[in-house]
Each structure stands twice: as C-alpha cells, then as structure tokens.
Design a protein around this ligand. Structure first.
Ligand code: SME
Length: 348
C-alpha cells in the first residue's frame, strides 16, 4: 500500500479534522476518522490512489458547515476551493475528490460516478441492524403521529422489506464492505417476523416512554395535589399504551385503597402483603408479573388481566401509594417499563 505523504496526513489532522468539532453528534471528528479508516480499508480491494481516498474521506462532510440538506454539494465546492490540495494533486484529481464528496449521500439513489465516490459512500454508511430498525420506527412516530401501534408495525415491515430485504432497493456499492455481512443479518431478522416483532416491541415501547417522560414532568411539576397528579398520570400512561387497567392504590394504615385510575371497575381495598400490589408495598420494590396465574396470591380484579406491573410511589423515604398496570396480554412488561415507570412516579 502506498504510504500517504506525511504533509497530507498532518494537513488532515491539523486543518481538516478540527472543523468537525463544530458539527452535530453524529458527525464529529470520530465520524470523519471512522470514514477515513474504513475507506482506506475498502480501497485495498481496488486500484485507487490512497491519498485521494484519504482526502475525500476527510473532507466528505465539510459542507455541514453550510447546510445539512445540501452538505454533500457544499463539500464538493469547499474541496475545489482548498488551495493546499493544488500542491499535491492535479486539477483532474481534485475534481474526482470533489465528486466523491458530492456523491457520498447515503440517500442518493444514483450510483456514485467513480469508484472513489462508491468507496466514500460505502464507508460513510453503517448498516447496523438494530439502528436501522430503530430509525425506521422513530421516523414513523415522528411523521405519522396519528398512526396506532399496528399501523406503525405495518409501516416498519413495509419500509424494511422495500429497502433492505432481498430484492430491496438498497444497493451496496462495495461488495467487500462489512456492510454486506450486516445487511445479511438484517435480512435474516426481516424474514423472521417473530424476531422482528420482538425488536419492534422493545424499541416502540422505549420510544413512547421517551416521548412521555417530559410530558409527564411538565404536567406534574405545577401540581402538588397527589390525587390530581395520579389522575393525570394514569390518563397519560393509559392513552399512550392502551393498557387494560392503569391506576393507583394509596396507602392508608395497613391497607391500600383504590385511587385514580383508567379502565374497568377494580377492587377497592388490598391488605398489606396481599396480591401483587400489597407484595410490592411490603417488599418495597417494583414487581413485574409476566403471567398473573403464576403469581401466588394475585388478586384478580378482572379475569381479562394476564400480566401486570406494580411500582411503589415514594415520598420522604416512605411508600405512599403504588402504581398498578394490567395488560390483557401475557408478558407485556419488562425492565424497560420498570425503569421508565419508576422514573415517572418520582414526578408526582
Ligand atoms: N392484581 C392486583 C389487584 C389490583 S387490580 O389488578 C387493578 C394485585 O394482585 O394486587
């Protein structure tokens, strides 16, 4: 492999990479370094000029300083204006470097004009199965806020199949790239609908909670009346997830008494240590019950309830209530629910 002239390496290090420090989190110096490393690695498979690859990779996102939407074109313009490059490269070489930056956009459907553009585009794109699935769901939630969960599931499957499945429109420019192996892994998940649904459930739930936390905080911050807070929090959670039953039981002496809730009628009093609610209170910790029939002493307020989570509400080192959520499906709740719900009840 031809070595890169030290003056080119130092120029990249000292004059190009620092420009990335001002960009967004996904496009900082580490991103440029990753693209340089990967592009050089991929270039080993082709008869290309390594110095041109290094410069194109180092400069491919410089246009972000101007405009995110057209940054690839701006990068090309900036490259053509970099006088240093004229010391090391011919006019024709600078043109190829600039075009490689212009062609690197992952969303671009047209093929990069040269192998340089293909290498930079491929190095810039990281097909990480979990990230692809998460971004697909995030995009749906942001752009189709009125859609329900099943709608989001359908949209997620359709998008993944159209773009990433066998015969999908995504094309890898460099078959030797590690993206090829990761794309194969993603394809396996897309084919296995049960596996894909499991990832979807986990990501979807976390995204809804992330959206809900600041809302809950804003609603509860200005209200010091517990009952009012519990009423609104149960409504917020119930509407976001369409649980079977969402509500509070408040501590009163040696028992829990029904508080604000959403859903069907419920038992009004639960003794200390009884049922899932009384046990969570006695154990002083949240309890996740994947199957209520397997929980000894579970109190069935409704025969529809199949799984449940109970989270204690603390005030001044004491439990003053529990948040109880029931689902008509098995295994609805997990550590994600526990974590987010424990956080939410601290806002009361
Ligand atoms: N299942 C709870 C009782 C409350 S209802 O589900 C609303 C328990 O076992 O404590």
């Amino acid at each position: 492999m031809t070595a890169i002239r030290p003056e080119i390496s130092s120029w990249i290090e000292e004059s190009v990479l620092p420009r990335y420090d001002a960009f967004d989190k996904g496009h900082r110096r580490d991103h440029a370094q990753y693209v340089i490393g990967t592009a050089l690695e991929l270039s080993g498979h082709y008869d290309v000029d390594k110095e041109m690859i290094a410069v194109a990779a180092a400069c491919h996102d410089l246009g972000l300083s101007v405009c995110r939407e057209t940054h690839h074109l701006e990068s090309g313009r900036i490259i053509r204006e970099l006088t240093e490059l004229r010391k090391w490269f011919s006019h024709g070489q600078i043109e190829i470097i600039a075009q490689a930056a212009e062609d690197h956009r992952a969303s671009s459907q047209s093929e990069p004009r040269t192998i340089y553009g293909k290498i930079i585009a491929e190095a810039d794109r990281q097909i990480i199965p979990d990230v692809v699935i998460r971004r697909t769901i995030q995009y749906g939630l942001k752009n189709y806020p009125e859609m329900d969960k099943e709608g989001h599931w359908q949209r997620t499957v359709e998008h993944l199949e159209q773009k990433y499945a066998d015969g999908g429109y995504l094309r890898l420019w460099i078959p030797e790239s590690s993206n090829a192996a990761r794309l194969e892994e993603l394809r396996r998940t897309i084919r296995d609908k049960a596996a894909l649904r499991a990832v979807f459930e986990a990501v979807y739930k976390a995204e809804i909670y992330k959206d809900l936390l600041p809302k809950a905080k804003a609603i509860l911050e200005g209200e010091d009346d517990m009952i009012a807070g519990m009423a609104n929090l149960s409504a917020l959670l119930h509407q976001a997830f369409h649980f079977w039953w969402t509500g509070f039981y408040r501590v009163s002496g040696k028992q829990l008494i029904l508080g604000p809730f959403q859903g069907p009628l419920a038992c009004t009093r639960i003794p200390y240590g009884r049922g899932v609610c009384g046990t969570a209170w006695a154990r002083k910790e949240a309890i996740v019950v994947p199957d209520v029939e397997q929980f000894p002493g579970h109190i069935a307020c409704s025969s529809e309830s199949r799984s449940e989570i109970v989270v204690p509400v603390w005030k001044d080192e004491e439990i003053i209530a529990v948040l109880d959520i029931d689902s008509e499906k098995l295994g609805t709740f997990d550590e994600t629910d526990r974590e987010f719900l424990e956080e939410t009840v601290t806002y009361l």
